[in-house]
Design a protein around this ligand. Structure first.
Ligand SMILES: *Cc1c(COP(=O)(O)O)cnc(C)c1O
Ligand code: SF4
Length: 338
């Protein structure tokens, strides 16, 4: 877009200068305020608009249907009620073992250190999750450590969120050292959208922190469209890979954003150019307020068949759904045929 200012600006100031006003967002993109039908402002009060300017710079000026814009712009249909779309579709509230700990799968559990995200994705399945009551304090570490030691099958901790890369390097280092001190932990996974929406978050300090850890680090970024991956972003992701960090991508299949085999094929190739491997393609979780992103299962099937036929196997993300109570994500393609 305009002048790539964000490449020069440190991530902390970008994070404290997000666009949160829908009208400002439209004005920046030279779109008419009429794009916001009545209800959209109320929707943005319920789940606040939040988007870094570096991400807005990747949107196309004047395009009301820009696939990046549609992911963040509040929509009047969010207020509609639908019996299948509920506030906690994954039953996460029951799975909470300790403050910050969400342990549903055998070898690994989620550790939430912050409820904050750099961007608010309108389809997010955690948009109604009561984070603030659930964050671990420093004194909770001893209980988390005891909990890990009571679960000998656990070898991986997943920092999830909120978005863990909104935390300072100092705070990340503290938790990294805590986890490194537990011998059974071999892998540390970080689920984050920040490197996509504020690429400067991948600063030297972060790279060296991750590179020098005893733990094997896996960063799972979240990108849904190749337009999110400009050269600057790709270079940052490639830097991580050059420093022995495994970088994977997960996407969500979203009506209006990436419900096209060509868009998904382009995304996979673009990720690979940045040395990032496609990991998951999630079917939308049925969360209240996200109905307008939903797709019919026959459309999903057709898109995915074409993706399979178009890409080499190593660039095909696994199509999965998360089903409350299941012990892993459920693969959605071809499983009933053997
Ligand atoms: C997705 C998820 C994981 C990680 O699953 P992988 O299949 O290993 O990526 C772990 N715990 C929970 C609760 C999850 O939702
Ligand atoms: S960055 Fe991730 S957790 Fe945060 S709003 Fe987007 S999808 Fe949800």
């Amino acid at each position: 877009m305009i002048n790539y200012l964000y490449q020069e600006q440190n991530w902390q100031s970008q994070l404290s200068d997000l666009i949160t006003d829908p009208l400002e967002l439209l004005e920046t993109l030279q779109l008419s305020p009429d794009q916001l039908l009545s209800g959209a402002i109320l929707a943005s009060e319920q789940f606040k608009l939040r988007v870094p300017r570096a991400f807005v710079e990747k949107m196309i000026i004047g395009d009301a249907l820009d696939p990046l814009l549609l992911q963040v712009l509040p929509h009047h249909l969010e207020l509609n009620d639908h019996p299948e779309f509920i506030t906690d579709p994954l039953g996460e509230e029951q799975a909470n073992q300790q403050p910050g700990v969400l342990h549903k799968y055998k070898s690994r559990f989620l550790l939430t250190l912050t409820g904050a995200c750099a961007v608010h994705c309108r389809y997010c399945f955690r948009r109604h999750f009561p984070y603030q009551e659930n964050l671990p304090k420093n004194e909770d570490w001893i209980n988390i450590r005891n909990y890990i030691e009571s679960q000998p099958e656990v070898n991986e901790v997943i920092l999830s969120g909120g978005d863990p890369l909104t935390l300072s390097n100092r705070k990340l280092k503290l938790w990294l050292e805590r986890l490194e001190s537990v011998p059974q932990i071999k892998f540390l996974r970080i689920h984050s959208r920040v490197p996509i929406v504020i690429p400067n978050r991948v600063d030297e300090e972060l790279v060296s922190l991750l590179k020098n850890s005893r733990l094997r680090i896996i960063l799972v970024v979240h990108s849904n469209h190749a337009a999110e991956l400009d050269d600057f972003t790709c270079a940052k992701l490639a830097t991580l890979v050059q420093n022995q960090i495994t970088v994977l991508n997960q996407s969500v299949l979203l009506n209006g954003v990436n419900n096209s085999a060509q868009v998904l094929v382009d995304l996979s190739y673009r990720l690979f150019e940045a040395s990032v491997m496609p990991y998951y393609l999630h079917v939308l979780d049925k969360v209240k307020g996200a109905q307008h992103f939903d797709l019919a299962s026959n459309e999903i099937d057709e898109i995915y068949k074409e993706v399979l036929a178009s890409l080499p196997g190593y660039l095909v993300p696994k199509l999965v759904r998360e089903i409350a109570g299941e012990k892993n994500k459920t693969p959605l393609f071809g499983v009933s045929t053997f």
